[in-house]
Design a protein around this ligand. Structure first.
Ligand code: SF4
Ligand code: SF4
Length: 375
C-alpha cells in the first residue's frame, strides 16, 4: 500500500538537499551583490525555519520574512470591529481558527468569547450556512480573512447564502491582495529585498502572472515555490541563476499546482461578488492602495461594514509598544531583534500577531530556532 511518507520523501531527501546546497554555493560565489530573498508567504517561512534552510546557504544569501500571513497583517481596529459586531444583540460571529487569538485593543476574540459573546471558530467556512439556517432569529456574521487563496471560498459561501435565501448571513470582508503588498515592501526606502519567493496557494488561484508587474518594475526575479524543503532549495538556486544572468523573470518551480493564469473559475466567482477597495490598512505596512477587497454594491445587504457602519470605529490603533511586528512585516527586522521575543511574547501569550499563527515569522522562529535540519 502507498504510504503517505513515500509521497513527500523525495521532497525532503537529504542527498538532494546536499546537492542543491552545493549548487547554490557554487553559483552564489558569482553573485555581484548579496541576495536578500523575501519569502512572501508564511507557509514558506514555516518550512525555512523547520528545516533549518538558512544554515544550508552561503553567507551572501539571506531570507527576509514577508507579510504573507493573513492573521499577522490584520490591524487591531479590524479585530476591534469584529468584537463590536459580536457584541450586537442577536449576533453570532464566525471566523477561522488563528484569528481567535490575535490581540485587539481589548483582548482577543477568544477572550471576548470567554466573557460570554457568541464567537465561533470554523474549520470550513461553508459551515456558516448550517449555523445561519439553524439560527433564523439571529444575525450570523462571517469575519472573512485571507489572501487570494481563501477569497473564492468566501465568494462561494455568499453565492450559496443567496441561493438558499439565508438573509441572516452577513460578511465582514478582510480579504487582502499580495501584489500591492509586494509593491509596498519595495517602496520602503530601507528595503534590502532583491528577490522574491512567490506564494504557493495564492498562485494556484490567482496565477503566477500577477507578479510580472513587480518583477518588471523593480527588476526583481520571482520564483513561485512549493512548500517542501527541496522545492525551496530549487527555487533559491533558480533565483541565484536569474541574478547571475541579469534576468528578472517570473518562474514557476511549483509547476505541479501553479499555472501562469491560475484558476479562472475561482477568479470569476470572486469577481462576481467582490471588487477592489480604494485602500486597506495593513499591520506593519500601513495603508496600501487597492490592496484588499470589499463586497460589490449589489450585496450591500450582506455587508456588515455597511449594515453596522455607524457602530464600527475606523480609527487606527497602534500595536503594543514593545512589538516589532511592523518592522518584521516590512522586512526590516528579524523576530529575534524584538526584545520581548520568547520572554513576554510566546505562542501561549502572544503580544503581537506575528506570534499567533503558525505562518507568523515570530511563531516559526520560536518553534524552530535550533530545530531539526534535514542534513
Ligand atoms: S494561505 Fe498559503 S500561500 Fe497564503 S500565506 Fe498562507 S500558506 Fe502562504
Ligand atoms: S516577538 Fe511578539 S512582540 Fe515581538 S515582534 Fe514578534 S509578535 Fe511582536
Amino acid at each position: 500500500m502507498l504510504e503517505l511518507k513515500s509521497l513527500y520523501r523525495v521532497f525532503r531527501d537529504p542527498d538532494t538537499m546536499a546537492a542543491l546546497a552545493a549548487s547554490i554555493a557554487k553559483d552564489a560565489a558569482h553573485l555581484s551583490e548579496p541576495l536578500n530573498i523575501m519569502e512572501v508567504c508564511g507557509g514558506h517561512t514555516h518550512t525555512i525555519m523547520k528545516y533549518g534552510l538558512p544554515g544550508l546557504l552561503p553567507s551572501n544569501i539571506r531570507f527576509i520574512h514577508g507579510p504573507g500571513c493573513p492573521v499577522c497583517i490584520m490591524p487591531k481596529e479590524r479585530i476591534d470591529q469584529a468584537a463590536i459586531l459580536a457584541a450586537q444583540p442577536g449576533v453570532i460571529l464566525l471566523t477561522l481558527g488563528d484569528m481567535m487569538r490575535v490581540p485587539g485593543s481589548h483582548g482577543s476574540l477568544a477572550q471576548q468569547r470567554a466573557k460570554g459573546l457568541d464567537i465561533r471558530a470554523l474549520y470550513d467556512p461553508l459551515d456558516a450556512l448550517a449555523i445561519a439556517r439553524d439560527n433564523p432569529g439571529k444575525t450570523v456574521i462571517y469575519f472573512a480573512i485571507g489572501f487570494e487563496t481563501s477569497t473564492p471560498m468566501t465568494a462561494v459561501l455568499l453565492e450559496q447564502a443567496e441561493r438558499l435565501g439565508l438573509d441572516n448571513l452577513l460578511f465582514h470582508i478582510n480579504h487582502v491582495l499580495v501584489p500591492p503588498a509586494m509593491d509596498a515592501v519595495m517602496a520602503e526606502p530601507a528595503t534590502k529585498v532583491n528577490a522574491f519567493i512567490g506564494p504557493a496557494h495564492v498562485s494556484v488561484i490567482a496565477g503566477a502572472d500577477i507578479y510580472r508587474p513587480a518583477a518588471d518594475k523593480y527588476h526583481t526575479p520571482v520564483v513561485v515555490s512549493g512548500f517542501e524543503p527541496v522545492d525551496l532549495m530549487e527555487s533559491i538556486l533558480r533565483l541565484v541563476r536569474q541574478k547571475n544572468d541579469g534576468r528578472s523573470e517570473v518562474e514557476i518551480q511549483y509547476s505541479r499546482a501553479v499555472t501562469a493564469e491560475g484558476n479562472r473559475t475561482a477568479q470569476a466567482k470572486v469577481n462576481q461578488v467582490m471588487e477592489v477597495r480604494d485602500e486597506f490598512r495593513w499591520r506593519g505596512l500601513g495603508p496600501i492602495p487597492k490592496s484588499a477587497l470589499k463586497l460589490r454594491d449589489e450585496y450591500q445587504h450582506r455587508d456588515a461594514e455597511r449594515v453596522y457602519g455607524e457602530r464600527l470605529p475606523i480609527v487606527e490603533i497602534d500595536d503594543h509598544k514593545a512589538c516589532q511586528c511592523g518592522d518584521i512585516l516590512r522586512g526590516l527586522a528579524d523576530p529575534t531583534d524584538c526584545r520581548v521575543f520568547g520572554r513576554g511574547c510566546t505562542p501561549q501569550t502572544p503580544l503581537g500577531s506575528c506570534m499567533v499563527s503558525s505562518e507568523g515569522a515570530c511563531n516559526a522562529y520560536y518553534r524552530y530556532s535550533g530545530g531539526p535540519n534535514v542534513l
